[in-house]
Ligand binder design. Structure first.
Ligand SMILES: Cc1cc2nc3c(=O)[nH]c(=O)nc-3n(C[C@H](O)[C@H](O)[C@H](O)COP(=O)(O)OP(=O)(O)OC[C@H]3O[C@@H](n4cnc5c(N)ncnc54)[C@H](O)[C@@H]3O)c2cc1C
Ligand code: SF4
Length: 332
């Protein structure tokens, strides 16, 4: 492992000051569940780590009187999943969290770190592989003609087709979550859907975060009625401790057997958590039945580009979405 110093700042201002300096090369660390493997494998070689767990960043989980959910970035996955208010009001979030990783990882991992976890593309995580534009800009992409069974069919470019691996990000995107970002310049709010970037010609730039900027909190707007008829369905190679091949987050507002409004996002298929506006439009006003679900779900693959071994994902996307809609919406 490349040697580094570990800074434990007493407050967020000091953390941001350390993080914003260009040198030495600095990375933040929270629960460390993604960062440590990347350090051990020398995928990342920072000179300095700045700890931003609880004590530096907020870890509170609060359900406001207006129904808004606010989650401090340092809140642990376990604590959010187990929170009574989250389970009752936003079960989609709890389901997505519990579908991810293992209890041990969830006990360490924070929500901020989860949204910023790096891709599971094997070529990215193996420094023995030369061609990876995300790890070494301009070096090529080994996945393009290699083992791309897990890779993205939406949002890719000829530079990179790596998926974003977070489960809870998919649920949060479906629920219109926004992030409070903090830097030495102050605070700004960014919609989670606009936070992650598609690779384009710069796959190494994964988010809109500025150098040194932190995720301070995640906010989910009120929408209890919508969020209660919801389901997160994750399809993977084994039943636990595995990343999604395809996942679907669905939240429906249903009245008299008809869908008034739908929120849909998918994971395991895009280079970022992928919102599905065309599916949502097709569902709005439709009856809760299998024919409508199927017709809407087929819109999910609009614009999809399969590469080599991941073509099976197109059919799997439609079937996963139909099943998630059946569970969330039932049959009229
Ligand atoms: C074996 C295994 C299986 C897993 N399976 C799944 C799965 O099925 N689904 C899933 O969603 N996830 C899965 N994960 C990923 C896991 O959820 C993440 O590793 C975890 O959420 C990262 O959180 P952390 O606090 O440990 O982040 P760290 O590892 O500490 O940090 C991750 C990244 O976030 C940055 N960072 C952390 N907090 C902040 C902040 N507040 N502001 C700015 N930057 C920040 C760090 O600099 C780093 O780049 C798995 C992980 C492992 C090890
Ligand atoms: S898909 Fe992206 S992360 Fe994977 S090898 Fe290609 S450039 Fe690297």
């Amino acid at each position: 492992m490349h040697p580094f110093t570990l800074e434990r700042p007493r407050d967020v201002a000091t953390a941001m000051m350390l993080g914003a300096r260009g040198a030495p090369a600095t990375e933040y660390i929270a629960g460390g569940t993604d960062m440590l493997p990347l350090l051990k494998d020398e995928v990342l070689r920072p000179e300095r780590l700045v700890a931003v767990g609880a004590g530096v960043l907020d870890d509170r989980i609060e359900l406001g009187r207006d129904g808004t959910l606010r989650i401090g970035a340092a809140a642990r996955m376990t604590d959010v999943a187990d929170h009574e208010g989250v389970g009752e009001t936003f079960p989609l979030i709890a389901q997505a969290l519990l579908a991810g990783a293992s209890p041990q990882v969830r006990n360490m991992a924070t929500l901020g770190g989860n949204l910023l976890q790096r891709t599971r593309c094997g070529y990215f995580r193996d420094v023995g592989v030369v061609a990876c534009n995300k790890r070494r800009p301009g070096s090529g992409c080994a996945a393009m003609d290699g083992d791309n069974r897990m890779h993205a069919v939406l949002g890719g470019s000829d530079q990179c087709i790596a998926t974003h691996a977070s489960d809870v990000a998919v649920a949060l995107v479906a629920l219109d979550a926004r992030l409070r970002l903090r830097s030495l310049d102050g605070e700004r709010i960014v919609a989670l859907e606009a936070f992650h970037r598609v690779p384009g010609d710069a796959p190494q730039v994964e988010t809109v975060l500025a150098p040194g900027e932190l995720i301070a909190a995640i906010e989910v707007p009120a929408g209890a009625a919508l969020a209660r008829r919801s389901h997160y369905l994750k399809v993977r190679d084994r039943v636990s401790f595995e990343f999604a091949l395809v996942s679907a987050a669905v939240a429906l507002d249903v009245e008299d057997g008809r869908i008034r409004m739908a929120r849909v996002a998918m994971g395991g298929v895009g280079t970022k958590p992928w919102r599905m506006p065309r599916v949502e439009q097709a569902l709005a006003g439709a009856r809760c039945d299998g024919t409508a679900y199927r017709a809407a779900a087929e819109r999910a693959t609009d614009g999809a580009v399969p590469r080599g071994r991941n073509g099976f994902k197109l059919d799997l996307m439609v079937r996963t979405l139909v099943r998630a809609l059946e569970i969330a919406g039932g049959q009229a």
